[in-house]
Structure formats: C-alpha cells, structure tokens
Write a protein that binds this ligand. Sequence first.
Ligand code: IFM
Length: 459
Amino acid sequence: MSSPGGASNFPEDFLWGAATAAYQVEGAAGEDGRGPSIWDTFSHTPGMVFHGDTGDVACDQYHRLDEDLDLMAGLGLKAYRFSVAWPRIQPGGSGPANPKGLDFYKRLVAGLRERSIEPVLTLYHWDLPQALEDKGGWTSRETSSRFAEYAGIVNDALSEDVRFWITLNEPWVSAWLGYGAGVHAPGYADPAKALAATHHLLLGHGLAVERMRVGDNRIGITLNLSPVRPAKEERPADVDAAQRVDGQANRLYLDPLFRGSYPEDILEHYRPDTDLSFIRDGDLETVSAPLDFLGVNYYMRHTVREAERPRAGSLLFPGIRARSVTPHGAETTAMGWPIEPDGLTEILVRLKDEYTNLPIYVTESGAAFHDYADPEGAVEDEERVSYLDAHFRAARAAIGEGVDLKGYFVWSLLDNFEWAEGYSKRFGLVRVDYATQRRTPKSSARWYAGVIGRNGLEG
Ligand code: IFM
C-alpha cells in the first residue's frame, strides 16, 4: 500500500468492479430456449412483486451486451461480476446444455476479455429452474446434485476464460426469504423448509466445488454478512435476540463452511420444527471443502430487539423472535437500511479473527437512493458518492487491520429489477430509463471511475 492521502492507497492489483445478476438485468426471459425459473413464476403471481413488475425485459442486457460492455470499459472497471441463469443452460433443470444459453455467456466473457475486464462468474443468483422447484426445490436433496451437474456444465464450457468462480450468492436470502419468510421466490413461510434449504444449498455448493476442482481456477462462495447488535445492551432479551440473529444470519453459514459444523444453539432453536434428518453423515465434510476466496456482500449492520412478530418494513428473521430496528439518528437508504460503514470493517475483521485467512472480496456493496433524473436523464447522486466513499474507507481500515481484502464490487452497474421491490429501487452507478432502455452514467459512476483510475480515494 502506498502513501496514505496520496493518489494510490489501496493494494496494488486491487480488483475494482461492479456487479449484476442474470434475472435482474438480462430480460429475454423466453428467448433462445431459456426455461422458466422460480422468479418468473413468483413475479408473475399477482401481489408478490411491487407494481406487478417482472424480469421479462429488465435492462435487456441480453440484447444490449456490447453497449453494456462498452459502458464498463468507459468506467475503467477492472472486473465485472455477473451470474449465469441456470434456466438458460438447463431449461428443465437437468440434462444436456442448451448451446444457445452457453453462447450468451461465452460472448459476455469474450467481450470482457477483449476489454481487459476480469470476469467473475456466479453460478446461482436465485433463479432456480421451476422444474426443480416442482420437485421440492432447495428443500430436496436432489437439487444439490442437480446444482453440481449444472456447475460442471458451465465450468467445462468456460473454465479456460473465467478464473473466478462463485458457487452461490447469499444462501441466507435464498433459504430464509424464499422458504422462511415467503417474500422471495418460491414464496414459502416455513422455517423448517428454510433450514432444509440452507443445508441443501450448502451441500450443493460443496458438491459443485468438488466437481469444479480442475485446473487452477479460484472457487469461492458469496455470503451476505452483517454484524449484529442488541437494540439495548442492558436488555437481556435483546442480547439473546442478537445472538439468535447472528446465529441465523452469519454463523449458520460460516460455521459449516469453515469449521465443518452447524452452530448448536441454532439447531436447538429449530429442533421443535424439524428432526434435521436431512443432514447426513459426511455432508459437512463436503460442505467445508477448501475454498480459494470468500465473497462478502455488505449492506448494513443488524440492530435487533426481541419481538414475537416482524413489523412491516423491518428485516425478517423467520422463526427467531427478533426484528431489526433503525438505530436512533442513523441515516437510511431508500430501502430503509441504516447506513453504517464501520459495520463493514467490523465484519471483515471478525472473519479474519474467527474464521479464515482466505483472500476476501467484497462482492457487493452499494445503495438505493431516490435519484432525481433531470429532463436529460442526468443524475447528481451525491448520496451514493458519500455512501461509497465511506464504505471504501471502511474497507481500507480493515486492510489496515490485516484483512486480506483483494477487491470490491459495487452493487450495481445498472439500475435493475430489485426482486420484491420491482423497479422501484435504483442501485445503479448507471441510470436505466426503462421506457427507452437508455443508459446514463450518474455522478457516482464518474466518481468511481476516478477512484479506479488512481487506485484510491482522495484525501
Ligand atoms: O439486488 C440485490 C442483489 O441481488 C443481492 N444482494 C443485495 C442486492 C440489493 O438488495
């Protein structure tokens, strides 16, 4: 690291990037043999997504690939994190690859390489083929094997040109918002299902790692992690609630991956709901297969209190008698999420102290704000600049404390389909006018290009 306050204050070769995910940007939902995913079903079910929005067209990246690749080059991105849509590759969730599906990602990867942008590929960002959900989805052990088969197909096709492989994005969200709270696809609200889904996601991850361990590619997983605090330190019920939320949101994933065991307190908590028979001998060895890096998505710290029920607008921790609150005086994003950059330093340092010395990449970090676009479509998003600046400083502080942080991906390159919030929440560095699909870089995009260019922050 060179001169603090000087032009360059991140490690050499720091991988500055931006991220997206297939269902959120691609569109072309019915084209070239793509099959339906759980998000097609969910978004087309009345009442599940804000305004009835769907990812049918999204940012139409499928048809605007060159324009988006040029945008990335214009920003000077060193890396682009994208996900592969499983239902483009295996429209029915199993069997041979759909060549047209693979072709799209081959073009994407080639386009990145031509522009000297490192491709970072995520295999699963929530778009499970509907045919697999019809057989139980992630509550079924069979889905873990299907996932490894799919990972193998994509890996065989792209491993020469893609060095960074991420198996799963945010398994907590897939399991607990999809099967535990019912606010994401496939829409179940059953903690026992969420726990089984957690295990099968992690097992699928481990089996995929085994299947992809050829050559010298780097394989990791991306977890959404948050430090957790009780709303009132002096209230034992809140302290216990914080312990449970930490167990469900962080330890339930970190412990099996890095210690080969599940946190006993969380298993105990859910024992009345499930006999845990889905965990079989040898599974945890598979789950804890060695990795090359860890991806961390950081958005907020959780400040929690004991509560029988969640409240509208508060984060849901299904079946755990806790809900999140906004700390007094904290600023929030358009999602209502508190802005607490020091939580990023805290979680990164905790990973080093308690779990792993693996290289870490912040694979997502960013915010939705109520962007105002002037009549020309220009957006002066100073809030996003401040948000990113503060979080980059927090990342630098973690490096200063010895964390081996190797890269940082802003969520997101483009405004896009924000799941249950539809198109109402904008996270992009680049504005998308959905009526015309016109892309306009925001002030934050220009600012970020400067950060990348000087490999650091001013001041
Ligand atoms: O848009 C999502 C992304 O798909 C996964 N991580 C959080 C983002 C913002 O909610």
